[in-house]
Design a protein around this ligand. Sequence first.
Ligand code: ZN
Length: 499
Amino acid sequence: MQSFNALKERTKDILNLKYATALLEWDQQTYMPEGAAEARASQIATLSKLAHEMLTADETWKLIEAAEREVDTNSDSLEAAIVRITKRDFERSNKLPSQFVAEFAATTAMAHEIWVKARANNDYAAFLPTLEKIFDLCRQQAEYLGYEDHIYDALLDIFEPNAKSAYVAKVFSNLREELVPFAQAIFEHQDRVSDEPLHRQFPLEQQETFGLMIARALGYDFKRGRQDKVVHPFCTSFSRNDVRITTRFYPDFLSPALFGTIHETGHALYEQGLSPELDGTFLADGVSLGVHESQSRLWENIVGRSYGFWSYFYPDAQRIFAGILDDVSLDEFYKAINAVKPSFIRVEADEVTYPLHIMLRFELELDILSGNLSLKDAPEAWNSKMQTYLGITPPNDSEGILQDVHWSSGIIGYFPTYALGTLLSAQLYEAALKDHPSIPEEIQIGKFDTLLEWMRTNIHQHGRRYMPDELIQKATGQSLTHAPYMRYLKEKYTPIYDL
Ligand code: ZN
């Protein structure tokens, strides 16, 4: 196993460079003084270059080939998975010529500023030439990476390994058939729920105290993590023993910090739950963005917006936010945090309408990449889909097609993972309940370890050992499907809106 061990040494060094880069990036978003921006960008570029060079070096390829002779790569062993995944990452990185990578990076770096301005000025035309260039580059990227059926698959695979757009389209179309009329029925009774209690004055310090208390109760290990404040919240890790979350606070709106903290805690629980056996290997990571998002959504929505959860935590909320929620009953609070309404902005959407925002983006990306829709006509297509799915038309492009950062960053094929994760959260929860029917009662008494342990055993510990679909099948007995999510929504929202 000499070569296998040498390969592991090498992946450990590459990972260390990546973790160091991630730490610099975390600092950039949290504490770095403004003046350091240029130097920091240069430091990150150097470390990224070193990591890329080490991964794509001939030496790495020789070690992979030699390790393949030592390990039966068709077996189910951990060693086999390590060699397979290292080879996958090596081949993917080597498919893109360095000149292309440089052009992609330069274009998207410039695009960010152009997009920020275009969004602020509601000026899609100003962004259009750049957006066309980015879609062209992504088409080239897809050709370099290769695909069998649809060009979209090559891009989707970056975020959701082995997923196919045809399968995603099928899942979404099944979901659409049930979700659109269900959302419509709720929209007709919007007046039955008020989210006013969430828009009161909540002191920031108390918001922080409450959020941390919940994160700890859910199982987030603060000896191996911490929380800091940022503009755009995220979770990052520099090993399974240092997994950090971030959040943002609004004085007059409780939800972003509270549910944002629970969301990022869900991501962090996944990373903290990786098996120590995976340390120093490329397996030590979430298996896909969809599966990662299933963990954040599970804790944020299925657990964190459930009645049982709040029957336990609401007395704490009333005590910590002294005097602010005295006139709000548990029932009213529960309804407020589950208010559903059609909205223009994806990141503000509730769990009923959220997947509709994603379907719209997926369909547009698919049409644009297939050449069925020009980017010039895309805003109109966006608005007409908004009308079809949500019954509203954005007043301008800033609240329509210009709202998301993804395309300006050269990220196409990413959006579906948000909805796949949302659907998967319900599928996993159903499977966990089958094994442990007492979970809802445990949540009512603030006990979360049975559910967490189930996720640890079935999802977290494996890291990237199995492909996403294989992992989902092992955990739930079937591939990803929309049905559990629709069951979850109907069971939850029918009484809330008295449908
Ligand atoms: Zn997330």
